[in-house]
Write a protein that binds this ligand. Structure first.
Ligand SMILES: [Zn+2]
Length: 185
């Protein structure tokens, strides 16, 4: 019974349930993985503000930037922090609110059919190897659990929302990530 993914939750992740989710369309297969980055305040790591933000508990008086995003209701399924720890906010079988207006291969509303993983980071800052390894591990588990998700259906937020989003940015080494993933498939 030690399934790596149980009832949509990654067994190895710490859970931080977010209220920011809803149901996927009936019968929708999970078929896309979207890689993002986030840091709060922007460019700063640690502090626990991403978790607070996704749970609508951001202490808005701590930083001027927090005032700008205080009313946003967003989430991702998972966050991978700089140490490679995974924190899960929404079960994979529910619809997290990470992609916004988006299109993948002609289909809009990527939140309907995707899993969103945030890397704690910034577009121009190299990601840690712990993050690449954890992302590859989790992606491998997701591909195994959700067969409609394939290596070709792993994309960046900037690819499904071009002109609007830039993450995970040029710092994300897709070739290295895909090589790490391939070793696990
Ligand atoms: Zn994003």
């Amino acid at each position: 019974m030690n399934e790596p993914i149980q009832d949509g939750w990654l067994a190895s992740a710490r859970r931080c349930p977010s209220p920011n989710y809803n149901d996927r369309p009936a019968g929708e297969a999970i078929s896309l993985l979207v890689v993002h980055n986030i840091s709060l305040p922007p460019g700063e790591f640690g502090g626990g503000y991403i978790e607070a933000f996704f749970c609508n508990q951001l202490p808005v008086n701590r930083h001027p930037y927090f005032e700008q995003i205080r009313d946003l209701k967003v989430s991702a399924h998972l966050l991978i922090d700089r140490e490679g720890e995974a924190i899960q906010f929404v079960p994979f079988d529910r619809r997290a609110w990470h992609a916004g207006a988006s299109t993948f291969q002609g289909r809009d509303e990527c939140n309907d059919f995707s899993v969103g993983i945030e890397l704690e980071g910034a577009d121009q800052v190299p990601y840690t190897d712990a993050q690449y390894q954890r992302l590859a591990e989790v992606a491998g588990l997701l591909l195994s659990r959700y067969p409609a998700m394939t290596p070709e259906r792993i994309t960046g937020h900037s690819d499904i929302a071009p002109g609007r989003k830039t993450d995970p940015g040029p710092a994300f080494d897709w070739d290295y990530f895909r090589a790490q993933l391939a070793q696990r498939l």
